[in-house]
Design a binder for this molecule. Structure first.
Ligand SMILES: [Zn+2]
Ligand SMILES: [Zn+2]
Ligand SMILES: [Zn+2]
Length: 356
């Protein structure tokens, strides 16, 4: 009698645990592209911006120590550091950042085009060169166009000879000068550096129109350095007990982004820490394959992320068996960060988003 009731009690407990586990997994699925991404980002964060800053510091030291100094390198800019002929290995992140600093991105208006799809790059380059010449005034820095890259959306990336020229074109009045001399309507698109601001009080009015302007003033940042801020999870979806939340901030300048990572940001007289918002590959919690989420999964069965059998990961009993669905290895699970397939997907993302 006692035995039966203990057994029943135990089964009930196990059921409860299983139901709870299922609920947790459902919730995880639903929040995949918000919470999980950021939690994982916390763990696997290898901020390339940090590395970049370190390299720059190193390189700047090298330059200042160099016996012969060419004028203009005293205040090292991204590209001057990178292009300086010093015997130091320059890594890819730094190269990308320097390249980006010399680029402007022009997009067509929604539904429109900049140039007919068969237009030769040479012709596009000539057109932009002519426009730049016409738009030039006393404030325009030296230099012209190096190259043109056409994008799938009909937009173009214009690479300029100097960072200063790119900066001029990316800001007023350079922007309006180019716009008014180009007879095609364009949208300027700037590289953005996303940062996650941590543990902001939920009642903070970040949506207010002049909020970013106030923050720029409070932190003595240049005007328009901050382009947007939003809650990662809308406050309306937060529970009643939750009173702190994360926000996503976009910054136009890589140096400012770096400073904020190192020093934090003051919001309404309180300092908050910030970290890089790193993109991670999406992995489906139903079939364990990459690049889609469970909501969009076409697989009819659950595949366990731990042992690869046909059940939900939360229902797995095989604590000693690991089997990865994606690379068939038995040395790790499908959710392991050491999976070669995961590493490959990370690399693909990094190539697509060099600021990663
Ligand atoms: Zn799937
Ligand atoms: Zn399993
Ligand atoms: Zn694997």
């Amino acid at each position: 009698m006692l035995h039966t009731s203990t057994c029943r009690e135990r089964t009930k407990k196990e059921d409860n645990i299983k139901t709870a586990a299922d609920h947790i997994e459902d919730a995880a699925d639903a929040l995949y592209d918000s919470v999980e991404t950021y939690q994982k980002a916390l763990q696997i964060l290898t901020p390339s911006l940090d590395a970049t800053q370190e390299k720059i510091d190193q390189l700047s030291t090298q330059i200042s120590k160099a016996p012969v100094q060419t004028p203009g390198t005293a205040h090292s800019s991204y590209s001057s550091v990178v292009t300086a002929h010093i015997p130091l290995q320059v890594d890819r992140a730094l190269g990308h950042a320097a390249l980006q600093a010399r680029q402007i991105l022009l997009d067509p208006l929604p539904g429109g085009t900049l140039f007919p799809s068969k237009t030769l790059k040479h012709d596009i380059a000539t057109k932009i060169k002519t426009t730049l010449k016409a738009a030039r005034d006393d404030t325009t820095p030296e230099g012209t166009i190096c190259s043109i890259t056409t994008l799938h959306n009909g937009g173009i990336i214009v690479e300029l000879e100097t960072e200063l020229l790119a900066k001029w074109l990316n800001n007023q009045p350079g922007k309006s000068a180019l716009e008014s001399h180009l007879d095609i309507p364009v949208l300027f698109h700037q590289h953005q550096y996303p940062l996650v601001l941590e543990y902001l009080p939920i009642q903070m009015q970040i949506e207010q129109e002049d909020f970013l302007q106030q923050i720029e003033q409070e932190n003595q940042l240049e005007t328009s350095a901050l382009t947007s801020i939003r809650w990662i999870k809308p406050p309306t979806k937060c529970s009643a007990e939750q009173w702190k939340a994360f926000a996503l901030l976009h910054i136009t300048d890589v140096q400012i982004a770096n400073d904020i990572i190192h020093e934090g940001l003051c919001l309404e007289s309180e300092r908050f820490s910030a970290r890089k918002d790193r993109r991670e590959p999406m992995r489906c919690t139903k079939c364990q394959k990459f690049n889609h989420i469970a909501k969009n999964c076409t697989s009819s069965q659950d595949t366990c992320g731990t042992c690869r059998n046909q059940h939900r990961t939360s229902a797995c009993n095989s604590y000693h068996t690991t089997h990865c669905t994606n690379c068939r290895s038995q040395q790790h699970t499908s959710w392991s960060c050491s999976c070669p397939k995961f590493i490959k997907c990370c690399k693909e993302l990094d190539d697509k988003y060099p600021e990663n």
